[in-house]
Design a protein around this ligand. Structure first.
Ligand SMILES: [Zn+2]
Length: 325
């Protein structure tokens, strides 16, 4: 008796067969590991809402880098935690700011490593917003100048990629022009092109001490309900000269990652953010999920959705797990 149907299970019958037909793979080269570098000494402070993620002062940074590099990770993303904050976020664009110093230190020891500098002001401003604030409003154009200063000082310190994250209109144009003028025409811009105003950033704000002191970021970050707006944002950044497009957060926005991948030809970066990480960690600590399986499934799901690069706090664990296999 022959019934007419397809036998999909033929290709799933053994480990070897399944691996032959596997469509997407994770590689350690896919990962970017975010680091929180803190001004001061002898700081190695675990972030309570992000188990196993630390704020590190420069004297502890190299131990961390040794581990990162030994695992085969090729790139880190730097966030800074200054000792002092002010209205304009001077620490962001100071030539001896914490990210600039950390960049120099890492480059000195690991010249091959790709250093991505987060280019924003919110970790450095007393009000915690990503730009200049006047009468309770975050101003667009005046904030661009400070972003350009930040980007140029990061490039001078040796950053390989500038990653502007503050979602001001025209930031790619402004930074491109600023970098070019300063002689950094070869420094690429990894734009946070599609960044939603997300509750998943909560634990990051503990980590980076960047919670807005009033209001929220909804006038510059995107409404989670919107899809077409993501095309508009990405189109602008492509036109302005971005070299990579970031979609942030990750998991709840995989449809957007696919859209961006299908419609643009630049490398697509997904930011698997702090809240996604913390949820997995909390569930794993409770014994409710198998951490390794869940993390690897999430990460390969991001590849399948179209991400070429994954910024993730799971990078070190995932790199270890890839080595085991
Ligand atoms: Zn910011």
């Amino acid at each position: 008796m022959s019934l007419a149907f397809n036998r999909h299970r033929r290709l799933r019958q053994s480990t070897a067969m399944r691996s032959m037909v596997r469509e997407n793979h994770l590689h350690v080269e896919d990962f970017v590991y975010p680091l929180f570098v803190a001004e001061g000494e002898n700081i190695r402070k675990e972030i309570s809402s992000m188990p196993n993620v630390f704020q590190l002062s420069l004297d502890h940074l190299l131990e961390e880098m040794e581990e990162v590099v030994s695992l085969g990770i090729k790139s880190v993303l730097l966030f800074g935690i200054p000792l002092e904050k002010d209205e304009c976020g001077h620490g962001a664009f100071h030539d001896h700011g914490i990210v600039q110093e950390a960049t120099r230190l890492i480059k000195e020891h690991y010249p091959e490593l790709v250093i991505i500098a987060d280019t924003c002001l919110c970790e450095y401003t007393s009000h915690g917003h990503c730009g200049i604030v006047e009468n309770g409003k975050v101003l667009n154009d005046p904030s661009l100048k400070l972003l350009v200063d930040t980007a140029v000082s990061q490039a001078k310190a040796g950053a390989d990629i500038i990653a502007p994250s503050n979602m001001m209109d025209g930031f790619v144009t402004a930074i491109r022009a600023g970098l070019d003028e300063a002689g950094f025409e070869d420094t690429p811009i990894m734009s946070y092109a599609v960044k939603y105003s997300s509750a998943f950033y909560g634990p990051f704000r503990d980590a980076a001490e960047s919670t807005p002191q009033f209001g929220d970021r909804k006038t510059y970050q995107m409404d989670p309900a919107n899809r077409l707006e993501a095309f508009r944002e990405a189109e602008s950044d492509v036109a302005e000269g971005a070299d990579f497009l970031i979609v942030k957060p990750g998991m709840p926005y995989l449809d957007i990652v696919r859209d961006v991948k299908n419609h643009f030809t630049l490398p697509v970066v997904i930011y698997n953010v702090s809240g996604e990480y913390s949820m997995v960690k909390a569930a794993a600590q409770n014994g409710w999920i198998d951490e390794k399986s869940v993390v690897m499934e999430m990460l390969v799901g991001m590849k399948r959705a179209g991400a070429d690069i994954i910024i993730t706090y799971h990078a070190k664990d995932a790199a270890k797990w890839l080595k085991e296999n």
